[in-house]
Design a protein. Structure first.
Length: 368
């Protein structure tokens, strides 16, 4: 039997918004690999489906029969609840209703929405604004949002357009001063939870499983992963990290993580980008400058207890870069990170690994 491990690959940090990825995207790799490397076993119950424009897989092992009754529907219902709150593609969703508010107006929000916004604000502060859920206008003008136009004849936006969009970006323009309510302090500010919603959904499903007494599980939504306990083989779960090669539908596994318990999330620039005259424009934007990243960081993988936090932090670390990002990680308890950095050029490009001090204990090594 082949060893059981799973690819971890993020097609996009803003997957709730970006829908023009390849059909054969990284979001589907986990399901494919589960067929190749670990057939469903009697002690393992697998639930698969689609949500948020991607695929999800939930694996529950050594679960009591009582815990499995109605579990598939419970998973689907919880995901639907989250989509109804945070999908920018649904006009009636909470986030769409907030985005439609005028300046000075406010609205009640759910506990889910308030929690995700609170985590977003935490990471925003910790990264000095390198992570910001109000980056929506910038995504549109750079061609990565649903309102973007002329993707076939893409060109970088003019400086004036960048400055105009940047004027409506900033979490300080969102009024969350009243518990359970949210308001606008700028007429054009827009929220987009695409960089945290999948991580939150992973946490929500993990909580659902644990509430049913399931302690051995893997939850994967589009490459956002959280694990607990052991696989059906009785061994720690293994999560494969892809080599960040641009334009590839199937990226080789660079190394394998064995996190034991917790979340593993990756943000990368190699799935969504535009190219012009040999220059690559990443979909990950620096909300402080309004421009795509240009720091040679190709991906950041974060290990943490909480997937919502890890989801947001991975994006923020991409923007911060290696030096400042690593400094931040080392200051955070229970958080580790792996930076993959492009070095060289002219056909001689290589990937350099930069690891936080405690990540070695989670490294399994190169894939077999």
């Amino acid at each position: 039997m082949f060893p059981q491990f799973f690819f971890l690959s993020r097609a996009s940090r803003y997957d709730l918004r970006i829908c023009f990825a390849s059909v054969f995207s990284a979001a589907l790799l986990t399901g494919i690999l589960s067929l190749l490397f670990g057939c469903d076993r009697p002690s393992e119950h697998v639930f698969r489906g689609k949500t948020m424009g991607t695929a999800y897989t939930v694996r529950a092992t050594h679960a009591p029969a009582s815990a499995l009754s109605g579990l598939e529907k419970a998973i689907q219902d919880r995901l639907e609840q989250i989509n109804a709150s945070m999908s920018v593609y649904r006009p009636e969703s909470e986030i769409s209703r907030f985005n439609a508010l005028s300046m000075g107006e406010s609205m009640p929000i759910s506990e889910d929405f308030e929690y995700v916004l609170r985590v977003s604000a935490q990471v925003h502060d910790q990264t000095g604004g390198a992570f910001d859920p109000t980056v929506n206008p910038l995504l549109d003008i750079w061609g990565f949002g649903p309102e973007a136009a002329n993707r076939e004849s893409w060109r970088p936006p003019p400086e004036e357009a960048v400055r105009h969009a940047l004027a409506s970006v900033g979490l300080h323009m969102v009024d969350a001063s009243t518990s359970g309510r949210l308001g606008k302090l700028h007429p054009d500010v827009q929220l987009d939870m695409g960089a945290v919603a999948k991580g939150f959904a992973v946490d929500a499903l993990a909580e659902l499983l644990e509430d049913r007494g399931i302690r051995d599980y893997l939850v994967d939504i589009g490459g956002d992963v959280r694990v607990s306990g052991r696989s059906s083989e009785g061994k720690p779960w293994r999560i494969g990290v892809n080599k960040p090669e641009r334009g590839q539908d199937w990226n080789e596994v660079l190394l394998v993580l064995r996190p034991g318990h917790g979340a593993v999330l990756t943000s990368g620039d190699y799935r969504q980008f535009f190219e012009q005259d040999g220059h690559f424009f990443s979909h990950i934007l620096d909300p402080r400058t309004g421009r795509p990243l240009d720091n040679n960081v190709s991906s950041v993988t974060v290990l943490a207890e909480n997937a919502t936090f890890a989801d947001a932090l991975a994006t923020g670390l991409m923007v911060l870069g290696v030096e400042k990002g690593l400094e931040l990680v080392e200051s955070l308890s229970g958080v580790e990170a792996l930076f993959l950095v492009r070095v060289g050029g002219d056909g001689m490009e290589e990937i350099l690994e930069v690891r936080s001090s405690g990540i070695a204990q989670s490294l399994f090594g190169a894939p077999p």
